[in-house]
Ligand binder design. Sequence first.
Ligand code: AMP
Length: 213
Amino acid sequence: MNLLLLGPPGAGKGTQAQRLMARFDIPQLSTGEMLRSAVADGTDLGKEAKAIMEAGKLVPDELMIQLISERIGRGDCAKGFILDGFPRTTLQAEALDVMLNERGLNLDKVISILVDEDALIERIAGRFSCANCGAGYHDTFKLPKTKGKCDECGATKFERRKDDNRETVIARLKTYHEQTLPIVPYYKADGRLVEVDGMAGIDVVCDTILDLF
Ligand code: AMP
């Protein structure tokens, strides 16, 4: 099962990808996560990506295509994968189809999560995650059950993304409109796209997505 989650920053792609990962036992391929770990590790890719990410812009297509192509080729993707954050440009979308085609694969579903963009800044500005296992939380919508302690792993250290601030979020939304939204018609044209209301609660959105299968 090869899935793609589409939507603006803060739409809940990462959250839903985690649920789908547990349900189908296939990995979540988040290019944002891959880049954040490259930045943390100080690799060449990380050094190139850091300022671009902090400005809310996009890392060059060639780098991203190479990154995802290598990732899809790993053994844990044999049963499928969930793409989260890739493709983000028409060029990436076309390159993805080529690389999948070459491997005799295709995308089973492209799930577009629709959200009211006015809600996004609040959603993003409030989010944080466990520094140990990455479980996602939110100041308003999802606090840990025990204050200061991760529900999943019990760790007590949390972190916030550097690009989850108001100024960068506005830039990320602009980038999304200019460069990522144009890929929607690409997937609509051949019937692969399904649209899901992302404004409902996390569980409802998840059930709606699972009902597609
Ligand atoms: P995300 O975690 O998906 O919100 O991604 C965080 C940031 O990483 C984005 O704002 C971009 O700067 C960069 N990024 C992630 N995925 C891509 C991609 N497919 N193409 C270009 N840049 C990306």
